[in-house]
Every structure is written in C-alpha cells, then in structure tokens.
Design a protein around this ligand. Structure first.
Ligand SMILES: [Zn+2]
Length: 160
C-alpha cells in the first residue's frame, strides 16, 4: 500500500489503540485476569497461584483477543506448507506454548487455515517473531519479518 490518507489514518488509529494495551499500567496487586487466570504481581503479568484476594482485571492479551486487535500476524504459504500443514501448525503451537509459559502476554489469538495458505495472529510481537524463526529453522523456506508502529507490531511472511 502507498502512503494514502487511509494508511495514515489507519496507523494513527493503531497507535492510539496500542496505549490501551500497555503492560505497565498501574493495577492494584495482585490482580487476576478472569478470562485466562494470569496474575499481575510485582509489576508484571505472570502465571501464579495466588490465594490472596485479587482484584479482577482483564489482562492486555485477553483484551487484544476480545477486541480482535493482534500485535503480530504471520502469513504462511507455499506448496510445502500445503503438504506439511499439520506438522507446521504443530510447530507453531509448540513454539507458542514455550513462549507463553515464560511470557503470559505472548499468545496466539487465531490460526486460520485458508487451504493454500494459513494465517496466525498473536497478542505480542515476540511470539510472532519466535514462530517465524522456528519455522525457518525447522523447515528452511523464506522468512520476512516487518516491524511497524515503532516495533509495537510485526508482520511475518513465511513461504516454502
Ligand atoms: Zn487474560
């Protein structure tokens, strides 16, 4: 897309929206997300068991998912993808699980199988990059990563 007024407006909207998902907002601690159960304590979201009475605060990852506003998008295509789709999607999911265990806000939102291509959306930029790099390492192919919004969003294309 060229730098049309539409593109500028779109970027502006995304920047405005990003503030909504900032991770360093002040919460009372501990706070627990009623959707996914992750806990905000010591200044960050983490997977914790807490017996303390926790305030209910929907975490940024669940808010992104509810708003359908991904931080990362990965487009997968190519004939190798089509013939190895299950294996490839398994790797995508396994990579997400590893990342999500360490960083609760880094998750897959959706995996869409479009037949000759597939699309994965994520709540964070790091998990999207990790997935792209895992695909590239395991299956080779061609990986292109593009950051946007001052590295607050990412689009990955992987083709083989
Ligand atoms: Zn949550």
């Amino acid at each position: 897309m060229s730098g049309s007024s539409f593109a500028r407006k779109d970027r502006f909207l995304k920047e405005k929206r990003h503030d909504v998902y900032r991770e360093n907002q002040k919460h009372s601690e501990p706070a627990k997300c009623p959707v996914c159960g992750c806990v905000f304590a010591n200044g960050r979201w983490q997977w914790l068991d807490t017996d303390k009475h926790a305030a209910e605060v929907v975490c940024p990852a669940c808010r992104r998912t509810a708003d359908n506003c991904p931080a990362g998008e990965i487009e997968l295509k190519g004939s190798f993808l089509v013939s190895h789709k299950e294996e490839i999607i398994n790797l995508v999911r396994n990579t997400e699980n590893q990342e999500k265990n360490l960083h609760p806000l880094e998750r897959i939102m959706t995996v869409t199988d479009n037949g000759s291509s597939a699309k994965v959306t994520t709540t964070g930029i790091h998990v999207a990059r990790r997935i792209g790099e895992a695909l590239s390492k395991a299956f080779k192919g061609n990986l292109v990563l593009r950051y946007g919004n001052g590295e607050q969003s990412i689009t990955a294309h992987w083709e083989r």
